[in-house]
Design a protein. Structure first.
Length: 278
């Protein structure tokens, strides 16, 4: 029988190999998409498949801008995603602070209502939202895209779980020093919750960036439509040009990668402290 430390080493190596296989399998589509975006059409449809392009070309990226108004869709998505993320995070921070550091009548009832709203499918509220937004004349506007999607239940509950872990002694000390609610929030609560705020920001931006159904319903004009809708048009226009679709997809995920890179340290810290699992 092997000594205990050798059994542990063997088990760790097995676990490492399994995790490496899983990581490589998840990385494979991204690597293939990146390489395919620089291939010619002949390379894409060659058999056996080629990993490395025989000729590296930027023509696929040019074709994307020629086939659809890609820049317009791209800028619309950036604008609406940043606006939605800012509003959601701002409202959620205020809501989480009120739920964890203030006392008011009906606090528990409000918390339960907020929690239960997370279980309502979005499709249930789609038609009522459309009727309300249409009656307000917000069709084909940025406000019509953003405002109905400001759902703060998840982010408020996420931040609440983190805010509640901040000792009330720190809050009381800040109030003794003359801080009001705004001072306590900005000088005590938020600086000690950077990880949770970064995590909520990443999730919110990702949800806004990939939103497809609501912008498709509420907009009819090209100047207000977002990138996911534009990619659908591109698939229709370039159904046989696989390399063009790969180039568009590569450009589409760049903002998400940049947000993740900047928020990575805080995200890992938040997962470590809160025990969140993906």
């Amino acid at each position: 029988m092997l000594p205990r430390h050798k059994r542990l080493v063997k088990r760790n190596w097995i676990l490492f190999i399994i995790l490496m296989i899983g990581a490589l399998s998840m990385l494979f589509p991204f690597v293939w998409m990146t390489l395919s975006s620089f291939k010619t059409k002949a390379d894409v449809y060659s058999f056996p498949p080629r990993w490395i392009p025989t000729v590296w070309t930027w023509d696929n990226f040019k074709r994307v801008f020629e086939m659809i108004p890609f820049l317009r869709y791209y800028l619309n998505s950036i604008y609406t995603s940043l606006l939605q993320t800012g509003l959601v995070i701002g409202i959620s921070i205020l809501g989480a602070y009120a739920l964890t550091k203030l006392r008011f009548p009906g606090q528990k009832v409000y918390s339960m209502f907020l929690l239960s709203s997370m279980f309502v499918p979005a499709v249930v509220t789609m038609i009522p939202l459309y009727l309300v937004v249409s009656s307000m004349g917000l069709n084909d506007t940025y406000a019509g895209i953003v405002l109905p999607q400001i759902s703060t239940a998840f982010t408020t509950m996420l931040l609440s779980s983190f805010f509640s872990a901040i000792p009330n002694d720190l809050v009381d000390a800040a109030r003794l020093d003359g801080c009001g609610h705004f001072g306590v929030l900005t000088k005590v609560v938020m600086p000690n919750s950077k990880g949770a705020i970064s995590t909520a920001t990443l999730f919110t931006f990702l949800g806004a960036w990939k939103s497809y159904t609501w912008p498709l319903i509420i907009t009819t004009k090209t100047e207000f439509r977002t990138l996911p809708i534009g990619l659908k048009y591109l698939v229709t226009e370039s159904s046989s040009e696989y390399q063009v679709m790969m180039a568009a997809s590569l450009m589409a995920i760049l903002p998400v990668l940049l947000v993740f890179i900047f928020a990575e340290k805080q995200l890992v810290r938040s997962i470590t402290l809160t025990g969140m699992k993906s």
